[in-house]
Design a protein around this ligand. Structure first.
Ligand code: HAM
Length: 435
């Protein structure tokens, strides 16, 4: 076996050579701009956490995917698979003294030992935006608005993306009304999560055999999801006060999204339940409208998590948006920016005697904030010019022995090809007249 094979990248992990790094930075910059536009502050936490932070709180699906091990001090630890439990811990230690609501965001790299599939890797970066200390519907809407604006900022408009929104309280009330006992709610959510992907017969079978529901409840659920339109649900459950209350809340949420100018992006969709255990209210996922990709973003309200990790009881709502599906989508829609190398100046050195002078000029220009690269010893003049083109230099500064003797240098504008002479002194003061 060759050595190169031994050192291969692990499956599900990515390298980021400059072309790919440029796209990643482009995405991060957009995320940061939009976070600030909505008044969110950036935070971070350790990539390695105590294993206990995830067990129970995140739910079975994520726990089965943990990168966990025992460290040299016999601690059970895990790489972070998501940010929300860390956020809850950080705030648990300090939120009592903080003015509310708290608006925080972060862009952590996360690790999940996933089955490999398109759009899902074993590491990803995830934009997390969370608003804590308010249980108002406006807070939920504000959070979804940040997510949608983050995508709009990258060029994905109404034709490209849509958010599908539901509410676990509403679903719980509907299921209760259909005769699903409290103890079977979580198991029923897990089946509802599959409704879109599995045939009706399979859903019926799962609800009956796995969850253990009565035939009437099973049929009620099947029917409910055949026409899960807001008005239809409202008509069918008009007697149930609990359902009515949560439907009103959903209408209010949709109204606020409308006022924020994003109503067209949002669809009510009861099949969205989300895999994580801690959600307690509104839940949403954002998808490409064509339905080609997996979810770009998921989030919702989690009013009990902070208390669970030992903090004050603080209502909270937030989302995570991954960079993997988003990168694929931007590339496929031609929305990834052109990757271009760009330096302000390339200094071509003719004859090694000019090298010290090249370094002095480079230092002066860099001191003024310009980017400068110069020909490294041993490169022919021709090679230096092609290097200048490769670097995307705007201007080449030519230090030739004759000109230098006259205290001059030649500047070539790389776009027009025009050449002019400037006094060396100006360059040494970091002030190329043509620059
Ligand atoms: P999540 O749905 O597990 O939620 O992940 C959110 C997003 O992260 C997904 O929609 C997807 O874009 C991306 N993602 C997740 N797993 C992977 C993976 N293996 N590879 C690539 N991308 C992935 C959460 O993690 C919640 N903690 C979000 C949240 C924040 N809820 C409230 N605040």
């Amino acid at each position: 076996m060759s050595r190169a094979k031994d050192f291969a990248r692990l499956p599900g992990f990515r390298d980021f050579p400059p072309e790919e790094m440029a796209l990643r930075s482009h995405i991060f910059r957009a995320w940061r701009r939009v976070s600030r536009r909505y008044g969110f502050l950036e935070y971070d936490a350790p990539p390695l956490e105590p294993l206990d932070l995830y067990v129970e709180k995140s739910g079975e699906e994520i726990v089965g995917q943990l990168y966990n091990f025992t460290d040299k001090g016999d601690r059970e630890v895990s790489l972070r698979p998501e940010m929300t439990p860390s956020l809850a811990r950080v705030l648990g230690e300090r939120s009592r003294a903080m003015p509310k609501p708290i608006r925080w965001f972060s862009i952590p790299q996360l690790f999940r030992y996933e089955r490999q599939q398109r759009g899902r890797l074993r590491e990803h970066f995830q934009w997390n935006v969370d608003l804590l200390g308010s249980d108002a519907v406006e807070a939920d809407a504000e959070i979804l608005a940040v997510a949608l604006d983050g995508l709009r900022e990258l060029g994905l408009g109404q034709d490209e993306i849509r958010a599908r929104v539901s509410d676990r309280r509403l679903l719980a009330a509907l299921l209760a009304s259909l005769g699903v006992p409290d103890g079977s709610l979580l198991a029923t959510y897990a089946v509802v999560d599959k409704i879109e992907r599995e045939p009706e017969e399979r859903i019926r079978e799962l609800l009956t055999e796995q969850v253990g529901l009565e035939p009437a409840a099973v049929e009620g659920i099947i029917q409910l999801f055949q026409a899960p339109d807001l008005d239809e649900v409202s008509r069918r459950f008009s007697e149930d006060e609990e359902v009515a209350r949560h439907l009103d809340q959903m209408r209010e949420f949709l109204q606020v999204m409308e006022e924020l100018g994003l109503g067209e992006y949002v669809d009510f969709d009861l099949t969205i339940v989300r895999g994580l255990a801690y959600y307690t209210g509104i839940v949403f996922e954002v998808f490409d409208r064509a339905g080609e990709f997996r979810a770009i973003c998921g989030g919702g309200r989690y009013d009990r998590l902070l208390e669970l990790v030992g903090g004050e009881s603080l209502p909270a709502v937030g989302f995570g948006m991954g960079d993997v599906v988003l990168t694929d989508l931007l590339q496929e829609r031609g929305l990834a920016p052109d990757y271009r190398r760009e330096v302000d100046h390339f200094i071509v050195v003719i004859g090694e005697d000019q090298s010290p002078l090249a370094r002095r000029v480079a230092r002066a220009l860099r001191g003024k904030g310009r980017s400068v690269v110069y020909g490294i010893r041993g490169q022919s003049v021709r090679k230096q010019f092609s290097a200048a083109a490769n670097e995307g230099a705007r201007e080449v500064i030519i230090l030739g022995p004759d000109e230098v003797k006259r205290e001059q240098a030649v500047l070539r504008d790389m776009e027009t090809g025009e050449e002019t002479e400037v006094p060396l002194q100006a360059l040494l003061e970091g002030d190329p007249k043509e620059g």
